[in-house]
Design a protein around this ligand. Structure first.
Ligand code: GDP
Length: 197
């Protein structure tokens, strides 16, 4: 499958500064710091469109990418949350940013919640599932770094995540396992991005 036509557009810090909604819809990426979001975007685009960093605390704004399909869409990459070394104030600002986005109910938005397959769902992830459920925002769970986990452990974590997804009416029960490192699952995630176009 061809790479996703993603192009960096800009960074914004307030939901009010987001661009007008696009006819191709809007894909929102949530996930803990270090979950592998930047690596995944780069793998999907087959180019270094997103910055990856060894310092998981460095991104402090929503990063907007244009999905240059016809019709055009947006990808909104939220700052990674749950980074313990961040100050309480910064964590609070992040919560306000994410809650502000969810509350402004942009039409045709879909959310990808990225979960590190080695770590599973954490309470901070659950919080965003609850927000999406409250706002009726359709959501899919993407299990990242799937290359790191094999055999029975892999089956168990995917089943656990699917059970969590099944308990939310907004969530797609089908969990998408992916590895930016080996390329496993990238095409399924690309299809998720392009769904409905
Ligand atoms: P972000 O903070 O969510 O943007 O995470 P990054 O994309 O910067 O990745 C965080 C760390 O996880 C880096 O050290 C990456 O090399 C590593 N990583 C990302 N994706 C994968 C993957 O699919 N497999 C493995 N094994 N490591 C990954």
């Amino acid at each position: 499958m061809p790479s996703l036509p993603l192009r960096f557009s800009k960074r914004v810090t307030a939901p009010g500064d987001l661009p007008p909604t696009a006819p191709g819809g809007e894909l929102v990426l949530f996930g803990r710091s270090n979950v592998g979001k930047s690596s995944l975007l780069n793998a999907l685009a087959k180019t270094a469109v997103a910055r990856t960093s060894k310092d998981p605390g460095c991104t402090t704004a929503m990063t907007i990418y244009a999905l240059e399909t016809r019709p055009k869409g947006w990808v909104i990459d939220f700052p990674g949350y749950g980074y313990a070394r961040r100050s309480k104030q910064v964590r609070h600002e992040f919560s306000i940013m994410i809650e502000g986005y969810v509350a402004c109910a942009r039409p045709s938005a879909r959310v990808a919640l990225l979960i590190d397959a080695r770590r599973g769902l954490m309470s901070v992830d659950q919080q965003w599932l609850d927000h999406c459920e409250g706002a009726d925002l359709p959501l899919s769970v993407i299990a990242t770094k799937i290359d790191k986990i094999k055999g029975a452990a892999r089956t168990r974590i995917l089943a656990e995540l699917a059970a969590v997804a099944a308990s939310y009416k907004v969530a797609d029960e089908k969990v998408l396992p992916v590895s930016a490192r080996t390329g496993e699952g990238l095409d399924a995630v690309r299809r998720w991005f392009l769904r409905g176009l």
